[in-house]
Design a protein around this ligand. Structure first.
Ligand code: CA
Length: 225
């Protein structure tokens, strides 16, 4: 199923993860050092990286930051003893896609792994997303509509990027909470709605459609009835 690279220095935990995921028909390579892990991830195309935060040679955050700087977009699941919120945010800001605090149960790991593997396959070198006259530069983090630059706050940018990756498809509130905010629970606030309306105010209200009872969909501008 998935081609996975695990970068983890605790032998027992690594063994547990490798055996468990292999049983689920994933193919898992394991390296205990951060510097070796980075080299391998740059050389070989994996479907998913599972990266411990504290590693010999190179720490997990620096490893993933370096991958992202080199435009490697492979999904990353961080593992860490540092389960505090700040650390989680650091991990996600460094370019991680999800974060699993230790200790964790295997079923939880498997659920996160499968969720990350189900995401649409991204071109490794993809740096620009385009939809109609809207253009999003992922590396420079610039947004233009009809050539006009639009200023977005970091979270608005992430939200727009997420919608663009699923353009012309319905994106649910749950997907946005997970993909944009990293929440695996419903915070029972209108955080999604608020950011959608801010984003509409900035890019123009004609592109992001509310799909009643389902979520949102971004599409190229068309005349609304
Ligand atoms: Ca470690």
């Amino acid at each position: 199923m998935g081609d996975i690279l695990l970068i983890e220095d605790e032998p027992e935990l690594a063994d547990f993860v490798v055996r468990g995921l292999s049983k689920e028909a994933h193919s898992v390579d394991h390296l205990p050092r951060g510097d070796d892990g980075l080299q391998r991830a740059l050389r070989r195309k994996y479907d998913l990286l599972i990266v411990d935060r504290m590693l010999p040679g190179l720490d997990g955050l620096s490893l993933v930051k370096t991958l992202r700087e080199k435009h490697c977009r492979v999904p990353v699941l961080f593992l860490s003893n540092l389960g505090e919120l700040d650390d989680r945010v650091l991990g996600l800001n460094a370019g991680g896609d999800d974060y699993l605090p230790k200790p964790f149960g295997f079923s939880e790991l498997l659920a996160r792994v499968n969720a990350l593997l189900r995401r649409p396959v991204l071109e490794a070198e993809l740096t620009v997303l385009r939809l109609g006259d809207l253009e999003v530069q992922l590396v420079k983090r610039e947004v233009r509509r009809a050539g006009q630059e639009i200023d977005l706050k970091p979270r608005e940018f992430t939200l727009l990027e997420y919608l663009m990756r699923y353009s012309n498809q319905v994106v649910t509130r749950t997907m946005l909470l997970e993909g944009v905010w990293g929440y695996h629970f419903d915070p029972k606030t209108n955080i999604v709605e608020t950011h959608i309306s801010r984003l509409r105010a900035r890019i123009g209200s004609d592109m992001i459609q509310t799909v009643r009872g389902s979520g949102y969909m971004i599409h190229a501008s068309r005349t609304n009835p």
